[in-house]
Design a binder for this molecule. Sequence first.
Ligand SMILES: [Zn+2]
Length: 187
Amino acid sequence: MIQGLTNCFIEYNPALGAGYRLSVEALQCVRIEVADRRQANNEMAARLLHKHRRFIQRRINAQSEARVHTPPPACTAAQAMQLLQGDFDHWQSAMQLPRWSLVLRHAKTRWGSCSHRTRRIMINVQAVHLLAELRHYLIIHELAHIRYRGHGRRFWQFVARFDPDYKEHRQRLRQDYGWLLAITSSV
Ligand SMILES: [Zn+2]
């Protein structure tokens, strides 16, 4: 978890030749440049943010006067929908569940929810910034509620069939990415 981070950009920079460059800019913003065009994505950004979180935190603490909060940018609504719908469709058929629809929301406090009344699953659009394994855990969790409403033993057994590391993923989602929700709710 990085306190005070306001923004993270990732971009392709062919001039680098190889590897990547990470810098903390004014107003607690992280800029990441990558030499490989295919790595200029949110997943890579989340991985590098996590890897360099101590360095970033020190730099942000040093810039402590500025207090501007804006949400992380990086992808368009259409790109978010494409990514999350793809994961959703994959797991919905892998888990052999009835066809419910996916809605994306800029939710302030929740990563996801499941409505039996409307047969819809809400996923927070900020999920595009998560590491793939955490994004998959989130989607598996919400889809599992189609079959089990509460968080009982059978619910978790069902989740574990598709994500054996769900306990670790659940904890990391709370610990490492709570700031994404906090940023969303401050704007
Ligand atoms: Zn749940």
